[in-house]
Design a protein around this ligand. Structure first.
Ligand code: SDX
Length: 429
């Protein structure tokens, strides 16, 4: 098959750039040799038109609102699979056999405890520390404890580090929550599934038994599945850039957690509920929709819009079903935030501005509603997103580390500062 090329004309210089074709999605123009040939850079702040890597893990079609994990559509995985099976799929590329799944789940189950010395890290924080600050600190500190899984050149150590991170994130997130409310840490139990274990560590107290509601643990597991991976989003790109320097996996994941914290990214679910609280009552919704449309007002509807999806976020569709199930179970009559959410969704979807800008509710709009209904404080929303996304981060980390083409990520710039100038002694300034 003849190689496709793109011709770039720079003055009287013509450069042929190879065009690479993906399994599915847009072609890419390979510019790796552009600077050597043409002494020019490309310019794309925000990477709206830039592929930073090749990957086989996740594909998103923003126009169609499609999300594939290793080729499987997210709605099928959310309906028929469960989070640990999706973790296996993301890590190893294929759905596991029954014995493979049983072995994987047993491995994860037996890595859920933290080194007891790590309890001191939690106690070093103020009680009102944001749980994301605790997660960044404790996950980064894991590199000081698990030396036998920090050698990134050793495939088995990479695998152990991956298992440890997936297994320990629920314990770290739950303990960050318990610490913030002054309750004792609840240890994981090996007889519970992943989502039930997390809910019990969050909501159980030593004074009485805690029975996990199967509808809530199913909804929790679905939230984990729907947040597992999302190709080269900001936090995953952060993990890839950190790992390109050879940093250990725990440090790379801590960097991803820090990036996810931002309200434009994983912090949107918390920002969305805080926005619902600010709106307060259904009759104030038009005022906020008007603000979201006002070019002079920086206000945006949190939980709406997406860099890639210019159609409904397919995760949001599934999440909306879970939200309806949980709200039916728990009821929203006495929760004004959830009543405002329902009416805001209706009005925004009917408003021509949002249709024209292709601004639909995203995954964060509905996940915040479910987590609020389950009784989580808004400060725990992004830690739960980080917990779920760890498998995506670490799968992309593993893929990059084992790529023989790996080079340290080192973007260039369009320099608009001062040209060379002489130093001026202070007496002459
Ligand atoms: C996540 O990348 C991922 O995959 C992320 C994620 C993942 O799984 O990793 O999906 C998770 O981060 C979901 C997004 C969560 N963020 C929010 O809900 C915050 C609110 N959303 C916006 O901040 C915004 O939509 C972004 C950041 C999500 C996307 O921003 P873009 O693609 O850079 O879009 P843009 O800023 O260029 O906006 C395009 C237009 C603008 O109007 P014009 O300048 O063209 O006139 O749409 C407007 C924006 O003003 N717009 C909004 C809006 N989002 C965009 N107007 C009102 N409310 C909004 N929410």
């Amino acid at each position: 098959m003849t190689e496709k090329t793109a011709k770039l004309t720079l003055g009287d210089l013509e450069i042929d750039l190879p065009v690479l074709s993906p399994t599915v999605g847009p072609d890419v123009i390979d510019i790796t040799k552009l600077y050597a040939q043409g002494k020019v850079f490309t310019y794309d702040p925000g990477f709206t038109s830039t592929a930073a890597c090749d990957s086989t893990i996740t594909f998103i079609d923003g126009g169609k609102g499609e999300l594939l994990h290793r080729g499987y559509p997210i709605d099928q995985l959310a309906e028929k699979s469960h989070y640990l099976e999706v973790c296996y799929l993301l890590l190893y590329g294929e759905l596991p056999s029954a014995s493979e799944l049983e072995e994987f789940e047993a491995t994860i189950t037996r890595h859920t405890m933290l080194h007891e010395q790590m309890v001191n890290f939690f106690r070093g924080f103020r009680r009102d520390a944001h749980p994301m600050a605790i997660m960044v600190g404790v996950v980064g500190a894991m590199s000081a404890f698990y030396h036998d899984s920090t050698d990134i050149a050793d495939e088995r150590q990479r695998e152990i580090a991956s298992h440890r991170l997936i297994a320990k994130m629920p314990t770290i997130a739950a303990w960050a929550y318990k610490y913030s409310i002054g309750q004792p840490f609840i240890y994981p139990r090996n007889d519970l599934d992943y989502a039930s274990n997390f809910l019990r560590m969050c909501f159980s107290v030593p004074a009485e038994d805690y029975q996990v509601n199967p509808i809530l643990s199913r909804a929790m597991d679905r939230i984990f599945t729907l947040h597992a991976d999302h190709e080269q989003n900001a936090s995953t790109s952060t993990v890839r850039l950190a790992s390109s320097s050879g940093a250990n996996p725990f440090a790379c994941i801590a960097a991803g957690i820090a990036c996810l914290w931002g309200p434009a990214h994983g912090g949107a679910n918390q920002a969305c509920l805080e926005m619902l609280e600010e709106i307060g009552t259904v009759d104030r919704i038009p005022e906020f929709i008007a603000r979201a449309k006002d070019k002079n007002d920086p206000f945006r509807l949190m939980g709406f819009g997406h860099r890639v999806y210019k159609n409904f976020d397919p995760r949001a569709k599934v999440m909306k079903q879970s939200a309806d199930e949980v709200l039916d179970l728990l009821g929203i009559e006495d929760n004004p935030k959830l009543q405002v959410a329902k009416e805001l969704e209706k009005q925004a979807l009917e408003d021509p501005y949002f249709a024209e800008k292709k601004l639909f509710p995203n995954v964060d709009f509905y996940s915040g509603i479910i987590l609020e209904a389950m009784g989580f404080p808004t400060s725990m929303f992004t830690p739960i997103f980080a917990l779920a996304r760890t498998v995506g981060w670490i799968s992309q980390w593993k893929e990059q580390i084992s790529d023989p083409k790996l080079k340290i990520g080192r973007p260039r710039q369009l320099y608009m500062g001062e040209n060379t100038r002489e130093y001026i002694d202070i007496e002459n300034r």
